[in-house]
Write a protein that binds this ligand. Structure first.
Ligand code: EPU
Length: 348
């Protein structure tokens, strides 16, 4: 992109550290904060964009910066939340991708529309939520998403997607495939959620059930569930504002039924979550803790003392230190248990 042809909302040489929750250093050669789809269309008319690396960010809460980015970072800041349909079955809300996820959850609850309460206090934007199919305490984005609107960043053309088109999996969607989000090819502009009128509390996740019992709530309302979830999260997960982090740093690994059985024989207390296909999901936090990494640092980064799955930046760390720690944890978990951990955040 030459200076001459830049739309005026494109900035140069912009610091990204403050725009990500792990606060690692890194700069973007070009940076555009996009408040409307019209701005996206303007960018798409820029010929230099075709040869330039692109990347889309929201609140930067699932991102590891490994250095400078020699391309264009597009920050989605499209706002707006609207009830677009109300029928016998559900309330349908359409939300701008730049809205804050937790504020959306609290707003829907204040309107009397339940359904998102288990996902309270998850950091990040609404547009980022489907990419990794955010989930917590027995509920995930895929359970509530009706459809979304995305744009091809090269052509500026809208590309709507229904639920099936998103190809959701555990912390996974079509956006994590080549040619979608990771290449900056697709940008989510709006998300439509379906909040069921015949709402049923989801309280089976052990830690949530225990918290509700402590609060003596046998049939909790959606707001009470949100309050319980918020309390659990505040207890265990560090606030990025005081201790930079990107949430869970590894996926909970899926292993074969036979490996899970072998491990359980040696470690009967190993948390195991059997899957419909016969595989078994294991708790990465448990494996990390038992490999000796809970509360342990390497350089200026460490695995958090209250939740071993969260990698924290103790201050001033670089991306290389994060990679070194991740590798060390992976190596030790592999050596102790024969299980391979894969990182959950996106590396840029
Ligand atoms: N555990 C340990 N040591 C620890 C922490 C946990 O042994 O330091 C054990 C617990 O005893 C429990 C098990 O690990 O048996 C699971 O722990 P927890 O309930 O805290 O959940 P998690 O599996 O570590 C996942 C999600 C979180 C989500 C919680 C609650 C992933 C990668 N992480 O964590 O999501 O909030 O469940 O539903 O799936 C995120 O994705 O960023 C995230 C925070």
């Amino acid at each position: 992109m030459t200076a001459r042809s830049l739309p005026d909302f494109v900035e140069r040489d912009v610091d990204l550290a403050a725009r990500t929750t792990l606060a690692l250093p890194g700069r973007a050669a070009y940076f555009a904060e996009l408040k409307s789809t019209a701005q996206l269309a303007m960018l798409a008319r820029e010929p230099a964009l075709r040869t330039m690396r692109r990347f889309v960010i929201g609140a930067g809460s699932n991102l590891v910066l490994t250095g400078d980015f020699d391309g264009l970072v597009m920050k989605v800041a499209i706002g707006g939340r609207q009830l677009v349909e109300e029928n016998d079955d559900a309330w349908v809300v359409r939300v701008g991708a730049g809205e804050d996820w937790h504020q959306l959850v609290m707003w829907t609850l204040a309107q009397g529309w339940p359904g998102l309460e288990n996902l309270a206090l998850i950091p990040g934007t609404v547009g980022a939520a489907p990419i990794q199919n955010i989930g917590a305490y027995g509920l995930e984005m895929a359970d509530r998403l009706l459809s979304l609107e995305s744009v091809d960043t090269l052509t500026g053309k809208p590309v709507p997607l229904d639920h099936a088109g998103c190809r959701f999996g555990y912390r996974d969607s079509v956006f994590k495939q080549q040619g979608w989000h990771l290449d900056g090819q697709r940008l989510i502009t709006h998300v439509s959620l379906r909040l069921p009128r015949r709402w049923q509390a989801r309280t089976r996740y052990a830690e949530l059930a225990a918290e509700l019992e402590r609060r003596q709530l046998a049939s909790p309302s959606a707001r009470q569930i949100a309050e319980a979830v918020i309390a659990i999260r505040r207890r265990k997960l560090p606030d990025p504002a005081t201790l930079p982090n990107a949430g869970s740093f590894f996926h909970n690994p899926r292993v074969s039924g036979s490996l899970a059985e072998r491990l359980a024989t040696a470690h009967p207390e190993l948390p195991r979550y059997p899957q419909p296909d016969g595989s078994v999901k294991l708790a990465a936090a448990w494996l990390i803790e038992r490999s000796g990494w809970k509360g342990r640092d390497l350089g200026r980064v460490g695995m958090y003392e209250r939740q071993a799955l969260v990698l924290v930046n103790r201050g001033g760390a670089h991306g290389a230190e994060v990679i070194a720690l991740a590798r060390a944890v992976q190596a030790d978990v592999s050596q102790c248990f024969g299980v391979e951990l894969t990182p959950e955040p996106i590396f840029l």
